[in-house]
Design a protein around this ligand. Structure first.
Ligand SMILES: [Zn+2]
Length: 527
């Protein structure tokens, strides 16, 4: 099975659906830009000295500004993240004071406690290091010792996804939630082996913390992972230990993905950080239940992405142009995988139950005759047009076809593919019934997961999603609500007990929460 996109969902019936020419082009583009996205330790250090842009407040010009919304909207998830850390308890207090937060214990616990990185050690430890660095007499051996320290530092930075800086003390930090967070400070002469030991211990604590708050099991390093590649073949892989940046991205995505990420109705999900690269350019993948899942895999191609959306330093134009192709953060990557999890859990995208494909704006075209019956035929999907035709993706955009996949020219006549009427990607929304929410449009599965991603990721992405594709927004909202109703129940009159606010928090269905959502949606769609 070839996996070319930022994500793959493994499907039981058609293991090779993701192979397609236009996607090869996309993947190439994505790879080349990704190289510049990835940060080696040096550029990472530079980046940290630059203030990061606050994604939540600055990205989409037409998104409602905070001041235009009801005051409680300001209490967004990013704030909880920041304020959940030691020394910043204020959001926690204001959260409790908010009359709307009369929630049951489960939701309260999960909204309040998740985004604390436990055991952040912000002050210097009293404990002395186990060994002091030996003092060197000669200048030569001093410079050798420095070189060795630099070498160890590089290795530890790579291994743990952190920055280690030496001053009056050793400081270990990483950017999370738009700010540099100090993980650990130690005396300046702490030997690298001791820094490593402390970081390994801290990482274990952080993994336990995430596992205790969410329905995930992060597989230990060296575990074997078997992934089916088709109905008869499978591949063996192994896990590695995640960096702190990766744990922070995972935790942020789990926070966004409630209640999918909680074990209310469903099983715990194993999350594997993979040692070997996946096929193609896969950054993360979701293995559905019929194929032996649920399971989430995070591949090396996702390493060194910023942890959270607030750490994404791209400008708004690039974010918009690259949406779905280049990810802003691991938070975005894994939130997408939880979109697949939602579809799998609700069982809405299996072949036997594919009405939702039409709701998502898709029409399945007959597969090419040459592949028919081979069991591995490529699925051909098209988007339903507003003009009675269908639009199939090619390298240079979207081609008009009829319901059987025959190319149609601008006058409505059958033609060969070269003569088909073409629509550029930027004009697609004018021509199709349901515009996708991003450029990642391979099939209904991916469009569903993309919709869930932008619906849940943060307030400005949700506003932008509603502007780009109001039809898809309503479809995703309905399924998101279906899950909330299953998880938290409905009132005797059938109405929902809980709703998702624009900032992602899950609140009681009340007059004020309904008004908040209506005002948000009204101002997002106002021209
Ligand atoms: Zn996907």
């Amino acid at each position: 099975m070839t996996m070319l996109c930022s994500c793959s969902i493994f499907t039981a019936r058609s293991p090779s659906i993701l192979v397609d020419k236009p996607l090869q082009v996309q993947a190439k583009m994505s790879r080349s830009v990704e190289k510049t996205d990835k940060q080696n330790p040096e550029t990472k250090t530079n980046k940290m000295n630059t203030p990061t842009r606050d994604f939540d407040n600055a990205s989409i010009a037409a998104a409602p500004r905070e001041a235009e919304l009801a005051p409680e909207t300001k209490l967004n998830l990013a704030a909880i993240w920041q304020d959940g850390n030691p020394g910043l308890p204020s959001a926690r207090n204001s959260f409790n004071e908010n009359p709307e937060q009369n929630m049951d214990g489960l939701i309260r616990r999960n909204l309040l406690s998740n985004l604390q990185l436990v055991d952040f050690e912000t002050s210097t430890l009293n404990e002395a290091p186990h060994q002091a660095a030996p003092e060197s007499a000669a200048e030569n051996s001093e410079s050798t010792a420095l070189e060795q320290r630099d070498e160890s530092t590089r290795r530890l930075q790579e291994q743990f996804g952190v920055t280690i800086s030496y001053g009056q003390e050793v400081a270990v930090s990483l950017p999370v939630g738009g700010a540099e967070r100090t993980l650990l400070t130690l005396p300046a002469d702490t030997p690298p082996a001791e820094i490593e030991r402390r970081l390994a211990q801290l990482r274990e604590n952080q993994i336990r913390h995430i596992e205790s708050n969410f329905a995930v099991d992060i597989l230990p390093a060296g575990s074997q992972v078997i992934i089916p590649q088709s109905e008869t073949e499978s591949s063996n892989y192994h896990t590695r230990a995640p960096g702190f940046d990766e744990l922070a991205g995972l935790e942020a995505a789990l926070m966004r993905s409630q209640p999918t990420s909680l074990a209310i109705n469903a099983d715990r999900i194993p999350v594997s950080f993979m040692q070997e690269s996946g096929r193609g350019n896969t950054r993360a993948s979701y293995l559905p239940e019929p194929m032996g899942g649920p399971a989430i895999h995070v591949w090396p191609a996702s390493m060194r992405f910023p942890a959270t959306q607030s750490d994404d330093t791209r400008n708004p134009e690039n974010i918009d142009r690259q949406r779905g192709l280049i990810r802003g953060s691991l938070e975005e990557i894994i939130t997408h995988e939880y979109g697949h999890r939602l579809a799998d859990d609700l069982d809405i995208l299996s072949q036997e139950n594919s009405d939702i494909a039409r709701e998502l704006g898709f029409h399945r075209l007959p597969s090419p005759a040459a592949n028919a019956g081979s069991g591995a035929e490529r699925e051909r999907w098209s988007l339903i047009g507003r003009d009675g035709y269908y639009y199939e993706q090619y390298a240079d955009g979207w081609h008009r076809v009829d319901s059987q996949g025959t190319s149609i020219d601008e006058n409505g006549q059958s033609t060969d593919p070269k003569g088909a009427f073409r629509v550029a990607p930027e004009n697609l929304a004018e021509h199709v019934a349901v515009a996708p929410s991003s450029h990642y449009t391979t099939n209904p599965n991916e469009v569903f997961a993309e919709g869930v991603t932008y619906y849940r990721l943060n307030q400005s992405e949700r506003a932008s999603f509603l502007q780009r594709s109001p039809e898809l927004y309503r479809v995703i909202q309905r399924y998101d609500q279906m899950e909330l109703d299953r998880a938290y129940g409905t009132n005797p009159d059938g109405s929902s007990r809980y709703l998702r606010r624009p900032d992602g928090t899950i609140v009681e269905n009340s007059e004020s929460s309904r008004r908040l959502i209506a005002e948000f949606e009204g101002s997002a769609t106002r021209p």
